[in-house]
Design a protein around this ligand. Structure first.
Ligand code: ATR
Length: 331
């Protein structure tokens, strides 16, 4: 397995990690725990060392799942989790952001308990709280580093300015953001800032939430479950947008076919090819897809492939999130 460094943190992770959210929530019914644990163990066996969760995924259940899977094995992996967004414990609705120092500490303690771990390797502010100066949030995260409760600090969906302000308080190891053939808005300012400051980039939804794998060949294949956020509200999956987006996916599949790989591998190879400071955390609930995705490491893009793929992002229809989700993206 190819490894890459997360910024200047000294933390080395597999270039392809595992985004664990979908095992507990947002992409349909949760995966039964025994099956999910098998998948997590298989991932380690295949050389994956980077596992990404958050306190909001399954309202703590995703962290508990990883805690069960990795009890006694923390030294084999790099565990990343996140805090900040608040949910109503009964309805699960998102009710705000809390980047206050008190919540930094309280959330960290709760995550450690759910994980059953003594330390979180990489702790992210999941969304920037506009009501709290980033210096205050990161200042408290830096105290957690000093105390050994977390190993390194990350930010998720932060603007270039916020990243620079945060990095002045304490070195930021990683910026996590959506990044894929279809989602390239970070290339203007955020990506160059990360390069300048020596911050690693962790690309989530590198498969466009599954769309870039070509698994939805027609609009009739789109997810429809009530527990699938794509079906309910993700703009790119809504009728009116998805038809055009699937045509772009057909172009991706055509390139993949020519190269003898599959679209998911091409999509991941594209992300990893954008720089050595970038790692990807595709999500999957299936061992077969996990194994396919690791095949991306053998897929090389030519300049011609790159040029064809580079033209697609501007033609994508629909934002990354509905308006309430976009409002929490710090720009
Ligand atoms: P996120 O980061 O939000 O998890 P993503 O990595 O872009 O998003 O995409 C995750 C989705 O891609 C999941 O729905 C996953 O479905 P499975 O759990 O059924 O695998 C899907 N996915 C991942 N790898 C895939 C592959 N090789 N082929 C088809 N679908 C895949």
């Amino acid at each position: 397995m190819v490894s890459r460094e997360l910024g200047q943190s000294g933390i080395s992770v597999s270039a392809i990690g595992l985004g664990c959210m979908g095992l507990s929530e947002f992409y349909g019914a949760p995966t039964p725990a025994s099956e999910a644990i098998k998948l997590l163990h298989r991932a380690v066996d295949l050389g994956i060392t980077h596992f990404d969760t958050a306190e909001i995924y399954g309202q703590g259940r995703n962290e508990q799942l990883l805690g069960r899977a990795f009890a006694g094995r923390w030294l084999e992996i790099v565990l990343a989790t996140k805090f900040g967004p608040q949910r109503d414990p009964v309805t699960g609705d998102f009710v705000g952001l809390d980047g206050s120092p008190a919540n930094v500490r309280a959330s960290c303690e709760k995550s450690l308990q759910r994980l059953g771990a003594e330390r979180i390797d990489l702790y992210y502010l999941h969304r920037v709280d506009p009501a709290i100066p980033i210096e205050d949030t990161v200042g408290e995260m830096a105290a957690l580093v000093q105390e050994g409760k977390i190993g390194a600090i990350g930010l998720s969906e932060a603007s270039a300015k916020t990243i620079a302000r945060a990095n002045a308080v304490h070195p930021i190891a990683a910026l996590q953001t959506e990044y894929s053939i279809f989602s390239r808005d970070i290339e203007q300012e955020i990506l160059p800032t990360c390069v300048d400051l020596g911050i690693g980039l962790v690309a989530y939804s590198p498969l466009g939430r599954g769309m870039l794998t070509g698994r939805f060949a027609a609009i009739s294949d789109r997810p429809t479950s009530e527990t699938d956020f794509r079906a309910q509200m993700q703009p790119r999956f809504q009728p009116g947008n998805i038809e055009a987006n699937l045509q772009l996916v057909a172009a991706i599949k055509a390139i993949a076919d020519q190269k003898g790989c599959v679209a998911a591998q091409l999509a991941l190879a594209w992300v990893l090819g954008q720089g050595n400071h970038i790692v990807a955390i595709p999500g999957t609930t299936k061992v077969v897809n996990l194994e396919i995705n690791l095949g991306a490491l053998d897929c090389q893009l030519t300049e011609e492939d790159q040029a064809t793929l580079d033209e697609l992002a501007d033609q994508v229809r629909g934002e990354r999130y509905p308006p309430e989700g976009m409002s929490t993206v710090n720009r």
